[in-house]
Design a binder for this molecule. Structure first.
Ligand code: MN
Ligand code: MN
Length: 331
């Protein structure tokens, strides 16, 4: 082993001194054009090779999937609003729409806003406002699809990315909160609004809280909801942990969470949040053996903030945050 190492280092030394000699010695001028010519040729070879490699990589792009051609869907037209009603309570992680911010990338979908994590292939959080006027008769569109709004070059999780994983495509902003129009409902089926969620967790416990949230609207309430996922490793069956799916491109989160600010219907919402405003917060494990009752997973916002490092409800005055964030809902 040592002999080989010595040979390698000696060869390296020889090459280095030879190059140095050629470039710095008397023969510098004579050899210069040849060196440049070789460099130029090598650059062309490299360029050609990288074109071949990058074009062969395009099969990873879901739009180049020959077996499963993409379903063409009319682009969702977001509603035109002056301010982002979905972020009234704040931007928990200070997400920005700069593509360099790939682990905390802000997407304003119109019907909800979110922070996306490129390398996890899932949102960090999704935030939305829901009032009774968001409810209509639009059926579930079920048009799960990749989000064309993601920066070019980013992997786009698509409708088949969770196939055979055992995990549900778990909505953050629920389809049931956006039934007033086809574009509104369709927007919730973008894969940037999904996390791999254990089926029982999604269909029973999580769905139970979604239904409860909507029942509050029939009691004259409007709601601000922020929902997300953190950690790594979940279980779609009774045992065993899965860390990633889709060839490691999608992280299975360990925990799912949701914060719901409950207000009476009205305007100027942020200023109506007081020290007695009801806030429901849950954190639950992404496993299939969760309790059916979401109420058993209630925690304080402060606990969630410690877990995630986010500042929830950051637009609420600090003196009010400190009180409502310490409470655990008991209703
Ligand atoms: Mn769901
Ligand atoms: Mn906070």
């Amino acid at each position: 082993m040592r002999l080989i190492v010595n040979n390698v280092s000696r060869n390296t030394c020889y090459l280095n001194s030879n190059m140095y000699f050629r470039l710095s010695g008397k023969r510098h001028k004579a050899k210069y054009p040849k060196v440049m010519k070789n460099m130029k040729r090598n650059l062309y070879v490299l360029l050609f090779a990288s074109i071949v490699v990058s074009s062969s990589c395009r099969k990873d792009d879901p739009t180049f999937n020959a077996i499963n051609p993409p379903v063409v869907v009319n682009p969702v037209t977001p509603p035109v609003t002056s301010a982002d009603s979905n972020l009234v309570m704040g931007n928990p992680s200070n997400a920005t729409d700069n593509a360099a911010n790939y682990s905390n990338y802000l997407i304003k979908e119109g019907y909800y806003s979110l922070s996306y994590n490129r390398d996890r292939g899932i949102p960090n959080w999704v935030s939305w406002h829901v009032v009774s006027s968001d409810s209509g008769n639009t059926p579930r569109q079920d048009d799960f699809r990749s989000n064309p709004r993601l920066p070019s070059g980013w992997y786009r999780v698509d409708n088949l990315s969770y196939s055979s994983s055992g995990f549900d495509r778990g909505h953050m902003c629920p389809s049931g909160d956006r039934t007033v129009s086809v574009p509104a409902n369709s927007s919730t089926f973008l894969m940037t609004n999904m996390v791999p969620q254990a089926p029982y967790n999604n269909q029973v416990t999580w769905a139970g809280l979604e239904n409860y949230t909507r029942s509050l609207m029939s009691q004259g309430k409007e709601l601000y909801v922020i929902s997300g996922a953190y950690g790594e490793g979940g279980s779609a069956v009774s045992s065993g942990i899965t860390n990633t799916i889709d060839n490691s491109r999608v992280t299975v989160p360990a925990k799912l969470w949701k914060v719901i600010v409950v207000l009476n219907n009205g305007s100027d919402d942020l200023n109506r949040v007081t020290t007695t405003t009801r806030v429901i917060t849950i954190v639950l494990p992404n496993i299939n053996t969760v309790n059916a009752d979401w109420k058993t997973y209630r925690v304080s916002v402060d606990f969630l903030e410690q877990e995630t490092g986010y500042d929830l409800l950051s637009n609420v005055p600090v003196n009010i945050q400190s009180i409502i964030e310490a409470q655990v809902d008991t209703l």
